[in-house]
Design a protein around this ligand. Structure first.
Ligand code: NAD
Length: 341
């Protein structure tokens, strides 16, 4: 397939590499030409503008920071739409909004250009390994036509058509909103509990054995608790963008969201304190710093690898005590929502 890819950052560069590896003919573009150097060495062609990138292509993928960049790259005389031929497909894999894509689609449809929103979860590691989860919104026929291209970037079992135009963006924003809410709530629970005198490992073990268990407590929080790693692979600036878009969507949908609004404010505080490029888990550190309570598991409280449950991930900490009745652990079930992002 003749493909173009625009936006060669943390996610877009490895996704493009997988498109090339799958044998597609690839043209790439980014505001930063140096971002394309490795891909050009591997066989991709360079385009000097989005318009040039779209010329003669059957499908064009965008993986841009957010709605503003998407609109800038698509519209206007040097924009992608001006270059794409009738019968081609624009696939936006950015975490963006239905409203912006609607505006662009209003200009694309009369030119015979199909549109699909297909944002992803799975972090830069998933982009590198070609195991992203993909949530597509748009016509079923368009989805089917580009599925083989999506399969070059994602796990075929987790490439889902989730509804009409905009549904992919909505699903993605809701996944991120809930994950950020898990993070902020878990940070508060672990901090209160340990300051009130309960050992951190014991508290976590009891939470995992209770109806309050979550995938976040089971797996994702361990990068902080075990390594003090706040995940710089996904920047606070992007997390704040996603939370802002989710709260905007709630406003459009007429839904009061006091919890989501509070989560967004906490993230904005973390961004103000630690900067745009700080990791997405830094709201945990915000509370650690405010209360002087570092949340770290001691090495001796972790379960040795050879005694872990067979299906437990390598990073999993203490197992749930056998004498406690636990609900099925989220880690033991196939899950659509990967660790953030
Ligand atoms: P990034 O900032 O690393 O990369 C964005 C790239 O887009 C940069 O190379 C930038 O130069 C380029 N760019 C910006 N505006 C442009 C324009 N107008 N024209 C051409 N190029 C332009 O961002 P990322 O981490 O790769 O994220 C990209 C998208 O994927 C975002 O919407 C993000 O929310 C989403 N996402 C990120 C992750 C993650 O773990 N990083 C995971 C899932 C989804």
């Amino acid at each position: 397939m003749k493909v173009a890819f625009i936006g060669l950052g943390h996610m877009g560069a490895p996704m493009s590499r997988n498109i090339l590896a799958a044998g597609h003919d690839l043209v790439v573009h980014d505001l930063r030409r140096d971002a394309a150097a490795g891909l050009i060495a591997d066989g991709a062609a360079w385009a000097g503008s989005p318009r040039e990138a779209g010329a003669g292509r059957e499908a064009v993928v965008t993986m841009l920071p957010g709605p503003l960049a998407v609109e800038q790259a698509l519209l206007g005389p040097g924009g992608l739409l001006a270059g794409m031929p009738p019968g081609s497909v624009w696939i936006d894999m950015s975490t963006s909004t239905p409203a912006v894509a609607d505006r662009i689609r209003a200009q694309a449809s009369p030119r015979g250009i199909a549109v699909l929103d297909a944002p992803v979860s799975g972090m830069a590691a998933g982009a590198r390994d070609g195991t992203l989860q993909i949530f597509a919104g748009g016509d079923a026929a368009t989805f089917t036509a580009v599925r083989p291209l999506l399969a070059a970037m994602g796990d075929p079992e987790r490439i889902l058509h989730v509804g009409p135009h905009g549904a992919g963006y909505t699903v993605k924003l809701m996944i991120n909103l809930l994950w950020f809410a898990h993070l902020t709530a878990t940070a508060e629970v672990l901090t209160i509990g340990t300051r009130a005198g309960v050992d951190l490992a014991t508290l976590r073990r009891c939470l995992l054995a209770s109806p309050a268990a979550s995938h976040f407590i089971d797996r994702d929080v361990l990068s902080v608790l075990e390594r003090g790693d706040y995940d710089e692979g996904f920047a606070l600036a992007l997390a704040c963008k996603d939370l802002g878009l989710a709260v905007d969507l709630a406003r459009l949908a007429g839904v009061p969201v006091p919890v989501s609004a509070a989560v967004e404010q906490i993230y904005r505080q973390a961004r103000a304190r630690y900067g745009d490029t700080g990791g997405e888990m830094l709201p945990v550190k915000l509370l650690e710093d405010l209360t002087g309570t570092p949340l770290r598991l001691l090495a001796e409280t972790r379960l040795p690898a050879e005694t872990r449950l067979p299906d437990a991930p390598a990073a999993l900490g203490p197992s749930v005590p056998a004498d406690l009745t636990a609900p099925p652990s989220p880690s033991n079930q196939p899950s659509l929502s990967a660790p953030q992002e």
